[in-house]
Design a protein around this ligand. Structure first.
Ligand SMILES: Cc1ncc(C[n+]2csc(CCOP(=O)(O)OP(=O)(O)O)c2C)c(N)n1
Length: 639
């Protein structure tokens, strides 16, 4: 980093410094910013392509608008690295996505220039509208500015927000950053519409653009503009979907041309009435050859060599859970033509890109539209198909009502493949898969499984494929499996039946999911202390294996549940059952280990689990404390 020559960037600590520069200096500043961004992400890894595409836009927006009083909201926030560099965080960029470091997204607690936390897509227009309306009501001048990608524009929430945008008047500015890419190529009618818009309206000359915009200027300026030139025909306005929704549409404009961006944004800033939408065309990965040439435009990268673009390879290891899921599903699809797969804009992330190659007609990428994905799957299921809806735990949160209302109440056999369950590392709290067991296992009709390793995952895919009597979900984590041999022939698991992995007599560890490895380590440690330990893999959070739980409670001194999920999951279900049956009345020592009641920031996954108290030594501690805890102690604590 120190080898970079960045004379202008060195003079910019915050946007106030940026605004002291001459417009003629901005090109150089943007070039320096781009070089800085490449050097930084080369060392940290993270999101690269999206940030490279908005270097000029970031520069222009901070130059023209009065941030932080004008509230700038980056949709998803994964493209906000240049924004972070320009807003006082340059010296901390090396800490990006690491424990104690900067978040990979925007975050309110990090900077006054991040007025709103983002990470899940398509929230920016709603939030910007909220800021704009609050300012309007308070009589304050600040605007709400949303910068949203064409991928994020595929989500319904963006339209719900635009439908209400008139409430903000000219305090709302939406900048549509159209790079014709989501993580994967964008899909659907909207993407085709934007492409038509761009191709049918070549970038206008600046003169024409400004003439068009001048209609929206305050009256005196508007008259002056009219005097110098009559309004051109074929201006950059009229008839777009966005105009039908009440926006003043400007564009498309070249998002890498600062000579266009600056005057257009200045005009939008000064517009007198109504919300504006500026359609900016950019190139993902712009200015860095290896990113421009890559199919995914280097959306997310490992650390890489800046000269060659070569990314650090993760050490060869067992196959990833995602890969095992995809293979297992393809095997099911080979024997059953009704099996189909749905992803919401995450074909590679869910492994369904492979499925799509073999079964293109049974594979559906619906765009960033989790709610639609779930109800679409419900429709498919109601019509006799066997849909697998593959959505990360954190993104399925967005479709909860669809899971309840469209799937569970109607008892439709939708299969939910829930990837990224548990803590996810560098992406932090917004992406953690903490809640799915809690929110799914409360639902009547729902079956909820968690895979303890990749062999179990294969069995669960098979079990789900054959389960036609209602909805079924199975969860599995990010990253590599344990290396266990994969079954040649998958087993159909009996619904609601767990398994004993190791038999003991004094302590029973009831595990759900991949903490099983830690539970087994803990059992070794406990055995070494003379505490004979049983380890059970419950497999099902719902229905519980009540017979097994009853038996283990009756025959052990201490029972501990362990899961990679929030309160309200396995532990809560086991406790409820035990207390409902009066099993706890006899002074049973039962403890629940789960994620703590905090949103954990990014860190290495192992450290996150250590902080969460879910590693083997902490399991041992919990058991020992429970054994030491006599009933007199309980009474003292209560008194
Ligand atoms: C609700 C939700 N679903 C999925 C994702 C995963 N995701 C992160 S960025 C992205 C693509 C966004 O595309 P676009 O808005 O065009 O931005 P670009 O990366 O092209 O700049 C997706 C699908 C997400 N962040 N939020």
């Amino acid at each position: 980093m120190s080898t970079l020559v960045t004379p202008l960037l060195d003079s910019v600590e915050t946007p106030d410094d940026l605004r002291k520069l001459q417009p003629s200096q901005l090109r150089q500043l943007a070039d320096e910013l781009r070089a800085e961004m490449i050097a930084t992400v080369g060392q940290t890894g993270g999101h690269l392509g999206s940030g490279l595409g908005v270097v000029e836009l970031t520069t222009a927006v901070h130059y023209v608008f009065n941030t932080p009083d004008d509230r700038l909201i980056w949709d998803v926030g994964h493209q906000a690295y240049p924004h972070k560099i320009l807003t006082g965080r340059r010296s901390r960029m090396q800490t990006l996505r690491q424990g104690g470091g900067l978040s990979g997204f925007t975050k309110r607690s990090e900077s006054e220039y991040d007025p709103f936390g983002t990470a899940h897509s398509s929230t920016s227009i709603s939030a910007a509208l909220g800021f704009a309306v609050a300012n309007k009501l308070a009589g304050k001048p600040g605007k709400g500015i949303a910068i949203i990608g064409d991928g994020a524009m595929s989500a319904g929430m963006a339209y719900e927000a635009m439908n209400n945008a008139a409430a903000a008047g000219n305090r709302l500015v939406v900048i549509l950053n159209d790079n014709d890419m989501s993580i994967a190529p964008p899909v659907g009618g909207l993407s085709a519409y934007l492409a038509r818009l761009v191709s049918s309206r070549p970038f206008l000359e600046l003169r024409e653009l400004l003439r068009a915009i001048s209609r929206r200027l305050p009256e005196p300026l508007h008259k002056a503009a009219r005097k110098t030139d009559e309004f051109a025909r074929g201006m950059a306005m009229g008839g777009t979907l966005f105009e039908e929704l009440g926006f003043y549409y400007v564009g498309p404009i070249d998002g890498h041309n600062l000579d266009q961006l600056i005057p257009v944004l200045e005009n939008v800033r000064d517009a007198a009435e109504g919300p504006c939408l500026v359609h900016v065309v950019t190139q993902k990965g712009k200015g860095y050859g290896p990113a421009e040439d890559a199919a995914d435009k280097y959306h997310g990268v490992q650390k890489f060599d800046v000269i060659t673009g070569e990314q650090a390879k993760s050490a060869a290891g067992p196959p990833s859970y995602t890969g095992v899921f995809a293979q297992a599903l393809m095997a099911e699809a080979a024997r059953d033509k009704t099996i189909c797969a749905i992803t919401a804009a995450m074909p590679a992330g869910t492994g369904l890109d492979k499925f799509a190659k073999t079964y293109p007609e049974r594979s559906f990428d619906v765009g960033i539209a989790e709610q639609h994905a779930v109800t679409f799957a419900a429709g498919l299921a109601a019509q006799g198909m066997r849909p697998f809806c593959a959505i990360y735990s954190t993104f399925l949160q967005r479709a909860y009502d669809q899971v309840v209302h469209d799937v569970a109440i109607q008892n439709l056999p939708v299969r939910f493949a829930i990837d990224r369950a548990g803590l996810v590392g560098a992406d932090g709290a917004t992406h953690a898969g903490s809640f799915d067991v809690t929110y799914l296992a409360t639902l009547p009709n729902m079956v909820v499984m968690a895979a303890a390793d990749e062999a179990e995952l294969v069995h669960m895919v098979h079990t789900a494929a054959l389960h036609d009597s209602g909805p079924i979900a199975f969860r599995y984590p990010r990253g590599n499996g344990t290396g266990v041999a994969l079954p040649a022939v998958p087993e159909r698991l009996e619904i609601g039946k767990g398994r004993i992995v190791r038999e003991g007599t004094k302590v029973a560890l009831l595990s759900l999911g991949t903490r099983l490895t830690e539970a087994l380590k803990a059992a070794d440690l406990l055995d070494a202390k003379g505490l004979s330990t049983t380890v059970a893999d419950l497999r099902f959070a719902k229905p519980l294996d009540e017979a097994l739980i009853r038996r283990l409670i009756a025959s052990h001194d201490v029972v501990v549940t362990i899961e990679e999920g929030s309160i309200g999951g396995l532990g809560a279900h086991v406790l409820t059952m035990a207390s409902d049956e009066g099993l706890t009345d006899a002074g049973l020592r039962i403890r629940t280990m789960r994620l703590p009641d905090v949103f954990q920031d990014q860190d290495a996954p192992d450290k996150q689990y250590d902080a969460a108290g879910l590693n083997a030594p902490q399991i041992v501690d919990t058991v020992l404390k429970a054994l030491r805890h006599n009933s007199a102690g309980v009474k003292e604590a209560r008194a």
